[in-house]
Design a protein around this ligand. Sequence first.
Ligand SMILES: [Zn+2]
Length: 272
Amino acid sequence: MSFTSKGFPMMLTFDLDCETMWTARDPEAHTRPILMSQGAYGWKRGVWRVLEVLKRYDIKSTFFVPGVVVEAHQEVIDALLKDGHEIAHHSHTHRWIVTLTPEEEREEMERAQQAIIKATGEAPRGWRSPAAEVTDVTMDLIKEYDFRYSSNFFDNDEPYMLKVRGAEIDCVELPFRYINTDSPYFQFAKILPGRTITNPRQVLDIWSWEFDTLFAEERMMVLACHPEFIGQPSGAILLDKFIRHVTAQTGVWIDRCDRIAADMRPGLMATA
Ligand SMILES: [Zn+2]
């Protein structure tokens, strides 16, 4: 039996990091225009191509957007909202959490929260860490900001209620894994030694096998992509073909994380 009332939960999520993908690694990255331009591809071109693919199948998604990107690109936020997508919290500057002081962490949380409220008119319902790290301070903030869901941990293929300092809170964790993200396959840059670009056909196989198995086991799937990569021409074809593979199966509910988490929550509470 499914975790939701509407079938197998499938979430296509997008982290619109743009230039913060590089400035988070190195504050001096802004002095390297060609490196930065790889991030600018996200808001200039990639996100628009992703929107076209989603529109083709009338799919609603969740976009995790750093506060500085929200502030710099209201036109992108407006387009996402117009198409019915969800804007979720992805820190303010995307700086890696393990390098921050508790005060800086709190500032990252609050500034992006305010940026999203200003740009969308409502508080974000979900949170995803920049660069997949959390601290005890982060977990306290997730509780304090009353996020309805978190999509961060790699420990399961099923949703569960998040625990903070040992106590369950009213926040659904939507775990995913690196194999179901695009960056390990496509994020290539001179400053990332050892990274090569994978054939998208191979990635289609990997994601399809992941989906087939998770569907057969009646679990859930979260795909986490970046418009900077999946929004390139071959990436958009990969996304299109993967959506076709998923939608060929009956009984799949593809939707935004906030809606799916809200539907899951009562069942998870009952079995906790
Ligand atoms: Zn990110």
